[in-house]
Design a protein around this ligand. Sequence first.
Ligand code: ZN
Length: 261
Amino acid sequence: MKTLSLWLLSLCLISVSALSQERQQLFQYSTINSLLEGNYDGHFPLQKLARKGNFGLGTFDRLNGELIAVDGLFYQIDADGKAHLATPDMKTPFAMVNHFTSELSQPLKESLELEALSQYLDTLITRKNHIQAIRIDGTFRKITVRSIPAQNKPYRKLAEVNAKDQTYFHYKNLQGTLVGYRFPDYMGNLNIPGYHFHFIDANRKFGGHVLSVLTGKGKVEIDNLPQFKMLLPDDETFAKQALNFNNQEMLKKAETSQKKP
Ligand SMILES: [Zn+2]
């Protein structure tokens, strides 16, 4: 009896320590280079993604909108910029999540554009070779976001899809939440190096992938993530893709550029 209870106790301790380790972990499905090359078929269900974290971002099967997860709720931002709660059976071709814990909290500096915001965040982050999850709640004096409509086969590359199909939304003096990550440059073939943010408004009604901001009052919270867990797709497309290429130009076109309004 004593042996059994000791055994049960050790099992409990193992699961508690596994849970606390997972709390410091970024979980990612697939790689940015696979997405850039046009592997948009979603194979990983949100039901499983939600077990890996309550905070995150990504996209959906066939690139059908932007994914944003905040406070354990997963939203799909459709091509009209509107947010809908995603369902557990929906699948993703590329996403990242973590169990968000605020390890550092600071007031948001006002009047910062995206580049200046990145520089400000850099001054707060001491572990630059780790992954950082970043949550910013506040008012945005200006924010431009985009979303993408579902794609049909044969899929074009991401830079071309974004240049031709993305839809833009400009908002002013809007309260909401930025969900983002900072990846170190050395991980650049796996995820977007530097900062990547998605936005959802405070009423959780609309949002998208962030292209530009002008900050107002708010709060920055940062979660340092020393662990990285990656699950790779097991489909034929992924098996055949050449994934070791310099993605800097493609990323610039796919993730930061916008057509002139
Ligand atoms: Zn994005």
